[in-house]
Design a binder for this molecule. Structure first.
Ligand SMILES: C[S@@+](CC[C@H](N)C(=O)[O-])C[C@H]1O[C@@H](n2cnc3c(N)ncnc32)[C@H](O)[C@@H]1O
Ligand SMILES: Nc1nc2[nH]cc(C(=O)O)c2c(=O)[nH]1
Ligand code: SF4
Ligand SMILES: [Mg+2]
Length: 242
């Protein structure tokens, strides 16, 4: 059985971001990323600092751990990372989840393709704005979106762009106007992913959320969009595994 590099499995919790915000879910976080965003809130998945946490697991072992943690109390699993779409063998986990009537969400940046993406119920694609230091390959992103659109069974897909500054905002707009039919989310960037002062962090992030709301509300070019904070950060701050 092929192994999958997993750095954490946690839940039940709520999905704190994007198209299924508030959804009760378990999380599987894979190790490794093809990006290295300057502000990544999960840098331990790729920067070496979480190396000792990485476990090579079979899909069955991951399912056993999900059941141990979540019992019979969940019907949704979110796979995030790192970039889970680097891992072809996740196909086996997707199959087990489907066999057990579990709905599946995936978080990815839209830089890679795997055929198992067709099987994902709620797929969030989050291309990265300039402040991340990464450069979007729009040819690849368009290929991914075209493939998914061509099939489009009962699958829901969305685009989610994190915004830290004016340049990011303009980038977000460009992404939305390029793919106007894909549900679009703007997400407040957390610019202090290490502080333990939750009170200060939350009031800071709520102010940033208000500014982003105000900007979008005054913008005639952004109409059918949703503006969200990271709900889990407002509730639990920078705590890991929630
Ligand atoms: C840690 S990433 C893992 C999945 C995938 N690599 C990606 O970036 O989409 C999960 C989500 O968190 C977002 N994110 C990462 N760091 C963030 C931060 N400092 N503030 C707000 N959102 C952040 C990413 O943009 C992505 O939408
Ligand atoms: N509660 C919760 N919601 C999330 N949504 C996306 C997350 C991620 O790190 O991918 C995340 C996370 O780490 N926790
Ligand atoms: S793509 Fe996602 S996991 Fe990778 S560095 Fe960027 S935010 Fe972090
Ligand atoms: Mg996160």
């Amino acid at each position: 059985m092929s192994k999958i590099a997993v750095i954490e499995i946690f839940g039940p919790t709520i999905q704190g971001e994007g198209m299924v915000i508030g959804q009760k879910t378990m999380f599987v976080r894979t190790a490794g990323c093809d990006y290295s965003c300057s502000w990544c809130d999960s840098a331990f998945t790729w920067d070496g600092s979480g190396k000792s946490l990485i476990k090579q697991m079979t899909a069955e072992e991951i399912w056993t751990e999900l059941k141990r943690l979540g019992g019979n109390g969940f019907s949704f699993v979110t796979i995030s990372g790192g970039n889970p779409v680097l891992i072809r063998h996740l196909e086996a986990l997707v199959r087990i989840l489907k066999e057990n009537d579990i709905r599946i969400g995936v978080e990815t940046q839209g830089s890679r393709w795997q055929d198992w993406l067709y099987e994902i119920d709620e797929l969030t694609i989050s291309p990265k704005p300039p402040s991340s230091g990464m450069k979007t390959d729009f040819t690849v992103l368009t290929e991914i979106i075209d493939k998914l659109n061509a099939r489009n069974g009962n699958q829901h897909i969305s685009l989610k762009v994190v915004v830290f500054d004016e340049e990011d905002y303009e980038y977000a707009k460009k992404v939305h106007l390029r793919y106007p039919t894909i549900p679009f989310f703007l997400q407040v960037g957390n610019d202090d992913t290490t502080t333990k002062d939750q009170t200060k962090l939350v009031s800071h992030l709520l102010k940033k959320y208000e500014s982003l709301i105000n900007k979008v509300m005054a913008d005639e070019e952004l109409q059918n969009v949703k503006v969200l904070p990271q709900l889990h950060t407002l509730v639990w701050g920078n705590k890991r595994g929630v």
